[in-house]
Design a protein around this ligand. Structure first.
Ligand code: RB5
Length: 157
């Protein structure tokens, strides 16, 4: 599969490990940075990864920050993105199966590096469910987007 991976300064070691691990599994991995310990802002990387995904440049995106939360909050502002913070392989598989999640967010300060490998593998290797109830629920998310994101972002008053 084609994967995009990005992190802020908090996630660079986890990112390096995942690039090697996922490449060794046979995936094509595009590293969008950051590659230094210099502090950067996670929304910049989340936006870059999300935009690339929306341009069909990858099957999935993996975003890493200290908690995974900042990356997911940012990525989920983009229509069509369903970013999930996952903290074990089972949650990752369910995020794919039930929620058709397309971006995996990881919290480097709370997850062992090798556990991140197992979480990413579970995410990538699990297909979305074809069960009606799951499709219906994901469609409801899409409908909410349709209503609220048409023509650009609506500002909540
Ligand atoms: C950076 O210190 C930290 O705030 C960031 O990596 C992330 O955890 C934010 O959600």
């Amino acid at each position: 599969m084609k994967l995009i991976i990005g992190s802020d300064h908090a996630g660079i070691e986890h990112k390096s490990y995942l690039v090697k691990y996922l490449s060794a599994l046979g995936h094509k991995v595009i590293d969008i940075g950051t590659n230094s310990t210099k502090s950067i802002d996670y929304p910049d990387i989340a936006l870059k990864g999300s935009n690339m995904f929306l341009q069909n440049l990858a099957d999935f995106v993996i975003l890493i920050c200290g908690t995974g939360v900042g990356m997911s909050l940012t990525a989920n502002k983009m229509p069509g993105i369903r970013a999930a913070v996952c903290y074990n392989p089972e949650i990752a598989a369910l995020a794919r199966e039930h929620n058709d999640s397309n971006i995996l967010c990881l919290g480097a300060r709370f997850l062992d590096i090798k556990e991140c490998g197992r979480i990413a593998k579970a995410f990538i290797e699990t297909s979305k469910s074809k069960e009606k109830r799951h499709l219906r629920r994901v469609n409801k998310i899409k409908e909410i987007e349709e209503r609220n994101f048409k023509g650009g972002y609506q500002i909540k008053k």
